[in-house]
Design a protein. Structure first.
Length: 188
């Protein structure tokens, strides 16, 4: 995505055509982020519109030395986190874990993942419990650290680490189950 600085300038001047053009150029990218966090098209669309409004209202704060794509991604992710906090739908899924030690990262490579398409992987991630899903997305996909995730979600760093470990273990179990099912079918 390469957004022309003239388009950004026109958006700052509140030119509707420019704003609409920016929306069209960023829609797919921003919507993919929203879908990843909400798992629901209607919620994703609502979050996208709220986030895009924040982008438009803060364009004058954009610094051209920062990649525009990274800047708008941060605004959208923060909007999604704000919406999550506001709705507090999944409070019962938060598990508080204090003094959680760093878990060893599994170095094993699963060949099954390389044969899966993006949609299959997305479905597996979306089947995780909501808080684990958010931590997994923020850490693995968006590259945030546990300290940042803890601040965004209002949890401790240890709890963030626990959710990441738990989501990895759940995904590993799902992949193992899928591999076993495929192997069983091949033997029939």
């Amino acid at each position: 995505m390469n957004i022309d600085i003239d388009l950004i300038t026109a958006c700052i001047r509140r030119e509707r055509k420019a704003q609409y053009e920016l929306y069209k150029q960023t829609y797919r990218y921003l919507m993919s982020i929203c879908i990843r966090y909400t798992g629901n098209y209607e919620e994703a669309q609502e979050a996208l519109n709220t986030g895009f409004l924040k982008i438009l209202n803060n364009l004058e704060k954009y610094q051209s030395n920062i990649p525009f794509k990274a800047w708008i991604r941060k605004i959208i992710v923060n909007t999604l986190i704000d919406e999550y906090r506001k709705n507090k739908k999944h409070v019962e899924n938060i598990k508080y874990v204090e003094d959680f030690e760093e878990l060893p990262v599994s170095a094993a490579f699963n060949d099954a993942i390389s044969k899966m398409d993006t949609e299959q992987i997305h479905k597996l991630v979306m089947s995780l419990p909501p808080m684990s899903q958010k931590v997994f997305n923020l850490y693995v996909v968006d590259g945030f650290g546990h300290k940042e995730i803890a601040e965004m979600l209002g949890i401790t760093e240890g709890t963030s680490k626990w959710h990441l470990h738990s989501s990895r273990e759940q995904l590993k179990a799902m992949l193992t189950k899928m591999a076993f099912a495929v192997k069983t079918l091949l033997l029939l």
